[in-house]
Design a protein around this ligand. Sequence first.
Ligand SMILES: [Cu+2]
Length: 358
Amino acid sequence: MTVFLTIVVIALFGITLWQMSKILKLSQLKDADNSQVANDKDNNLQGKLMLGFVIFLYLLTIYCFVQYNSYFLPESASEHGVDYDRLMLISMVLIMIVQILTQGLLHFFAYKYRGKKENRALYFADNDKLEFIWTIIPVIVLAGLIIYGLFTWTDIMNIDEKEGDPLIIELYAYQFDWRARYSGEDNVLGKANVRYIEGINTLGVDVSDSYGKDDKITTELHLPVNRKVIFKMRSQDVLHSAYMPFFRAQMNVVPGMITEFAYTPTLTSEEMRSSDFMVEKVATINKIRKEKSKKLVAAGDEALEEYSFDYYLLCNKICGTSHYNMQMKIIVESEEDYEAWIKEQQTFGDQLSAQASN
Ligand SMILES: [Cu+2]
């Protein structure tokens, strides 16, 4: 690989020298030899190519929108996600309009004013009115966008533990899995530090802190619908990122500190599963799986399982070899179902005494 790269670098360097010598030669040419200078025919071709390129770009954009729109996410399953999506949509629409106009004009002018023998360039020193217009419009639009973005950001990042009755859950990341720690009856998480990790205490909960006794550590994340959840995130080893795309949530999980994010889930797993968007999507996925299964069975392998939708918490920082598989199922359910589930989970205190009696 190194040898190959060295050869490429030497070759590119050679081409650069050759091109530079060519430019030098061209600059010394007298009128006598015009064979290397662009003539009207060359300029015509280049102008048309410029126009062709921007048309190709537009067609490619339209094609991508049509072909890949099934990769868009469905409506947000969290309260703040609606504001987030609106901000995203407004920003993208503005960017698209500006991009289509400016790129179109740029390439069209390159075509319209392509070189012609008899044409002479016209030189404007300056035009105050024109400069004022093309400065003030972007200033107003961008300032509006930035202020709107700041307001949305402040709303989304408002993690007030006293507001409402938020559920407090720790998300614990390690290579290569997640754990959730529920704060129990008192809704206060016990202190924890990776230095306390020992035996069954895999999250390093401080055994001397009474708040930690009723904490519940689970391998699935159950959330009651329509109740605000505050996530406190901790990493055991390297940088991870808690990514929950359906809830429009992502936060880095950084070793040595606690990061936070809060949201209110608004659609249960069941509601999302039975939405038109998901039913259609799952049908497509299962059609592809069926085709694949046929081939697998023919080759003597097992068929693929039928796919059914679930929310997942994913890791969105490449944190090592098994990063791709670092995920935890999220189940959004009714308050009653959630209460029934959490009741069944063992407390950290019980886990400790069970170990002691063993
Ligand atoms: Cu990770």
